[in-house]
Design a protein around this ligand. Structure first.
Ligand code: PKZ
Length: 230
């Protein structure tokens, strides 16, 4: 979310210092996983996700869209966030194990997704395949998992337009249940920016665009560097 995030929530797990012994070995192993670019096809991606990925990669070649790798956010933004907002008293071992929620499952079991942005149009599109561990009602995707991905997508949209932000408000209308293991298309766009407030909307549709699953609006606040978060 976040992803998403001038930072690399994916990559840097809020601090890399690990002291010694088993903690260090564990961290090294998990870092290899965490450093991978998860926004590329893996064997768990179904045909729909691969087709959408290929289609948007062609748009990227044309120039207006850009794929957002999961491991390539600006380290400087991340450092700034850490320096300005993270409590320096947090235990380093705990922090070194932190990783982005949406990238913390094994391939195919949780959130499989790739985002593309069009900065000129202030839009972010996310293709999301909900794995079997995201079940809510039997056979369908959990509403919290859907909210998570809407937050991540709109959050990325707000971040690209406004810099370091946090979610202040998220409203979702769930209109149809999303079948588990299916792929959905999440389209978000900036509606307006008023001072530190960034308003973003998002809709979630089936791959053929025939079914509208959810609609959402989000408010993100650009963080004030002079205010502590906690
Ligand atoms: C390395 C960098 C990372 C970068 C990142 C990029 C991310 C790219 C991918 C993201 C992918 C992950 C996406 C997950 C994103 C989360 O998971 S965020 C976690 C959930 N959110 C939170 O925990 C936030 C908790 N809330 C807070 O900490 C604080 O309320 C906030 C949001 C920081 C705002 O606090 P503040 O800076 O003190 O702002 P404040 O002065 O209260 O309000 C400013 C203005 O906003 C208005 N406002 C504030 N809240 C609200 C509200 N709820 N409703 C309406 N208006 C509001 C105020 O009325 C005020 O308006 P004006 O008076 O200026 O007109």
């Amino acid at each position: 979310m976040s992803s998403t995030l001038g930072l690399s929530w994916d990559q840097h797990h809020l601090g890399q210092e690990v002291q010694m012994g088993s903690v260090a070995r564990r961290s090294f192993a998990s870092e290899n996983v965490v450093n991978r670019d998860h926004a590329l096809p893996n064997p768990s991606w179904n045909k729909d996700l691969r087709l959408l990925f290929d289609q948007f990669m062609r748009k990227c070649e044309a120039g207006s869209w850009k794929r957002l790798p999961s491991n390539n956010h600006s380290p400087q933004s991340f450092q700034d966030f850490q320096t300005r907002f993270v409590d320096p008293k947090l235990p380093k071992e705990q922090i070194s194990q932190a990783r982005l929620f949406t990238r913390s499952f094994e391939d195919g079991l949780g959130f499989e997704y790739v985002m593309f942005c069009n900065d000129a149009e202030k839009r972010v599109v996310c293709f999301f395949q909900a794995g079997p561990y995201l079940q809510g009602a039997p056979g369908f995707t959990h509403g919290g998992a859907i909210a998570t991905m809407i937050d991540a997508t709109t959050g990325m949209c707000a971040f690209r337009a406004g810099g370091v932000v946090m979610t202040a408000n998220l409203n979702i209308n769930y209109k149809r249940p999303i079948p588990l293991c299916s792929v959905v298309v999440m389209k978000s766009q900036i509606d307006k920016v008023e001072g530190r407030k960034v308003f973003v909307s998002c809709n979630v549709r089936s791959v053929d665009e025939e079914t509208l699953y959810s609609e959402a609006t989000s408010l993100f606040i650009k963080l004030d560097p002079n205010k502590k978060l906690a």
